[in-house]
Design a binder for this molecule. Structure first.
Ligand code: DGL
Length: 270
């Protein structure tokens, strides 16, 4: 009954942590494509190829359902994967839609026409590839009208987090928030549209100010996954072992992961 969770690196651990707490009986297999991170500076073909390779490895580990806990892959590759690559007995889901449903006050499967929602000025912080894809704005436009989105591509932030350089990561968060505020001085809500960024959530909140609601994906994705597995129990795959796989250096990735999640995490080579 294993379920796969994929990210380019450590960011998806924020999602893994939440889904593990919400569904403690499910063994999750986590895949970090650390050798190829960051994805956010790659083109869409490259992200597609890398994401398919990683997802196949999770299918091979006994997962029939894989969560792309990576906004860059969800934005740049998911639709193409679903249309042309995912075998008929497997499923791949992204992390965008649960977030947008929360922002637009919708429940799963509510396909009613777009309508006005409470927030009107939304700041989006994401990787350069996610910002370039405009996937967030597209998904939002299906559900809401009159929402002004200002996107800030946070170059360098994923690399700093992957390297564990938290001083640089904090400086980058503050300068990206400043840059965003020059374009949109008073956002009502901020979306952390990269799964690495919740590791810096306190700094984002501090730099944005207490009046801005900061949305991050982990708990929203966990609720959606629980709901999905209730409705599709057959998508719990045949695997029975939880585990952590990486294309990077297992010792280095394990050390950084242990530091972030504050519990012992041991990665093996993928
Ligand atoms: N954590 C990923 C995301 O949510 C990918 C970041 C990257 O590799 O650039 O976008």
């Amino acid at each position: 009954m294993a379920v796969g969770v994929f990210d380019s690196g450590l960011g998806g651990l924020t999602v893994l942590d939440a889904v593990t707490k919400r569904l403690p009986e499910v063994p999750f297999v986590y895949f970090a494509d650390s050798a190829h991170a960051p994805y956010g500076v790659r083109d869409a073909d490259d992200v597609f190829d890398l994401t398919c390779t990683a997802t196949q490895r999770l299918f091979d580990a006994g997962c029939d359902l894989v969560i792309l806990a990576c906004n860059t892959a969800s934005a740049a590759a998911l639709r193409r994967m679903q249309e042309s690559w995912v075998p008929h007995d497997k499923r791949v889901l992204g992390v965008f839609v649960p977030l947008i449903e929360a922002l637009t006050e919708r429940h799963w499967g509510d396909n009613s026409p777009p309508r006005e929602v409470a927030v009107q000025h939304v700041a989006l912080f994401a990787t350069p590839a996610t910002v370039r894809s405009r996937a967030f704005q597209r998904e939002l436009a299906f559900r809401a009208i009159g929402v002004d989105v200002e996107a800030q591509a946070c170059g360098g932030l994923v690399d700093a987090i992957e390297e564990g350089d938290m001083i640089l990561a904090e400086a980058l968060v503050r300068s990206h928030v400043d840059a965003l505020k020059r374009k949109m001085p008073d956002p009502e809500a901020a979306i952390l549209g990269c799964t690495h960024y919740p590791l810096m959530e306190e700094i984002f909140q501090d730099a944005l100010g207490p009046e801005v609601s900061v949305y991050s994906q982990a708990s929203l994705v966990a609720e959606s996954l629980a709901d999905y597995l209730d409705r599709h129990p057959q998508m719990r795959g045949p695997g029975s072992e939880a585990g952590f796989l990486t294309t990077g250096n297992p010792k280095k990735v394990s050390d950084h992961a242990t530091h972030f999640l504050r519990r012992k995490i041991t990665f093996e080579g993928a």
